[in-house]
Structures are given as structure tokens and as C-alpha cells.
Design a binder for this molecule. Structure first.
Ligand SMILES: C[S@@+](CC[C@H](N)C(=O)[O-])C[C@H]1O[C@@H](n2cnc3c(N)ncnc32)[C@H](O)[C@@H]1O
Length: 249
């Protein structure tokens, strides 16, 4: 696709094969088009790998983290579960929010947790709010361990960010959605893979093998969840399109 930005004429034109479309440069439509290309370009350069939370690497787009913070501070869950710990920065991000709200604790599940990550989290002032489970996130062992850490009546928020194949996320959604309480969410992160298949570093199968495809199928099978994206201006300034599933019943 060609994108032509004419700042003098204040227009943006897209040319995709025979299809040509021009819109006002200062419109939401143009913002969506530019944002999607910005996301694709930034991802291919590893932009998301350059951020830390209080010194600990966190592999997220800052726009997404701020939206996540807004929703968590509204929902005020008692328990936040994250699959996919990596270096622990995202766990510390949640724990910081819990500390600020005066409520909540965090459970991180990862198939492999490095000793350095255990030490970093264990020695952190917020360590008391964080628990770790080392196992495949869809294993019986992991799901039972996590479920056993939740007390009756506690509200639960789930963030899925481990293995991003459609099949794995589909299984995670089935395993962890039953723990999500009404008014809270389960998020299947990184559906942006669908849009990255053709950028440097992307893989062709991502067009269909991605977390968004799993979330699409889950939403059809589970009317007790509804799609609820916290994106007031553009749905493209995110790595998590279609990721937000709110439990309504
Ligand atoms: C994208 S990183 C997580 C990033 C982290 N949430 C953050 O924001 O910084 C993915 C993590 O998933 C873990 N992982 C991969 N396959 C897994 C599986 N089957 N079960 C649990 N964790 C898995 C990897 O070890 C890796 O640490």
C-alpha cells in the first residue's frame, strides 16, 4: 500500500491496488492509518524493548501500559494474574499500582523464571505483593496453583502475555477466564502480530496464528464476556487490538 501525506493540502491518500482514498490529514481516519504504520515500523525496530518500569525491562508499548493502568485503577482488582513474566518489569508495574491503590496482589506465571528475575523481584520493596509460579501457563499444575492463591470473594483481573500462538492463547483463555470476576477483564495481548506478518522480523503465519484470532473465537463462544476496548481516540495505537474481554455475567 502507498500512503501519501500532503501537509500543504492537509490530506492523506492511501493507494492499495486499484483502491484509492483521500481523507483530511487531521482526521481520526488519518490518525488510524499513520498510527498503524508507526506501530509496525516501531515494532520492527524493537521500540517496545526500550522501556523499563523502575529499572526493570517491560516489553510493552507505553500507550498500552497507561490504558492498562486506567482500567486497573477503575476495577481495583484484588488479584492480578499475568502469564508471561519475562524480566518481571510488568509484575512490578502491577504491584506499583496495587501499592498506590492500597489494594491487590500479583501472580506471575512463566515457563522459565531466571534466578536473576527471582532475585530482582524477591529483593524489591514490593515483593510482598508478588507471587511467582514456574510452569507452562496452560498446565494443570499452573492453573491449580494460581486458583489456589485466590480467596473466595476476591476480584480477579487476568493478563495473557506468554506464548502468542493462537492455540496456546485459546487454551489460556479457557483456563483463566473462569477466574475472572464480573466487571473485570481478561486481556489477550499482542494481537498486533496479525498486522506485523510482512514487516522485518515478522512471520507470514502471524496473519492467522495470533492472539487476536484466539480472542475472536473465544468471544463468539463466551457471551459472558464482551469486547470492551479502552481506546477513546484510535484503535491502532496499541499492540493489543481486540484484546480486552470484560466479564459481564
Ligand atoms: C512477551 S514475554 C512477557 C513480557 C512481560 N509480560 C512484559 O511485559 O515484560 C513472554 C514470556 O512468556 C514466557 N512463556 C513462553 N511460553 C510460555 C508458556 N507456555 N507458559 C508460560 N510462559 C511462557 C516466556 O518465557 C517469556 O518470559
Amino acid at each position: 500500500m502507498k500512503i501519501i501525506i500532503d501537509t500543504a493540502a492537509r490530506s492523506l491518500t492511501t493507494i492499495d491496488g486499484e483502491a484509492q482514498r483521500t481523507c483530511d490529514l487531521y482526521s481520526r481516519e488519518a490518525f488510524d492509518t499513520v498510527s498503524l504504520e508507526w506501530v509496525r515500523l516501531g515494532w520492527s525496530l524493537g521500540y517496545y524493548q526500550t522501556f523499563t518500569w523502575c529499572g526493570h525491562p517491560v516489553l510493552q508499548l507505553p500507550d498500552d501500559l497507561i490504558r492498562l493502568q486506567e482500567v486497573i485503577c477503575r476495577v481495583r482488582p484484588d488479584v492480578i494474574i499475568e502469564t508471561g513474566v519475562f524480566r518481571g518489569g510488568s509484575l512490578l508495574f502491577y504491584a506499583t499500582l496495587c501499592q498506590a491503590m492500597g489494594n491487590g496482589r500479583v501472580i506471575g506465571v512463566d515457563i522459565r523464571i531466571e534466578e536473576s528475575v527471582r532475585k530482582a523481584i524477591g529483593g524489591h520493596p514490593l515483593a510482598g505483593r508478588i507471587r511467582l509460579v514456574e510452569a507452562d501457563s496452560t498446565s494443570h499444575e499452573a492453573v491449580e496453583a494460581v486458583a489456589g492463591m485466590i480467596q473466595p470473594g476476591e476480584s480477579v483481573f487476568v493478563f495473557l502475555d506468554s506464548c502468542h500462538t493462537k492455540d496456546h492463547v485459546r487454551r489460556e483463555l479457557e483456563c483463566y477466564s473462569r477466574l475472572v470476576t464480573p466487571g473485570s477483564y481478561i486481556i489477550a495481548a499482542d494481537g498486533v502480530m496479525r498486522d506485523l506478518a510482512d514487516v522485518p522480523g515478522g512471520e507470514p503465519q502471524w496473519v492467522s496464528d495470533n492472539p487476536l484470532a484466539a480472542a475472536d473465537e473465544f468471544a463468539l463462544r463466551h457471551p459472558e464476556f464482551r469486547r470492551e476496548p479502552p481506546a477513546p481516540l484510535s484503535s491502532k495505537t496499541t499492540y493489543w487490538p481486540g484484546a480486552w474481554l470484560e466479564r459481564v455475567a
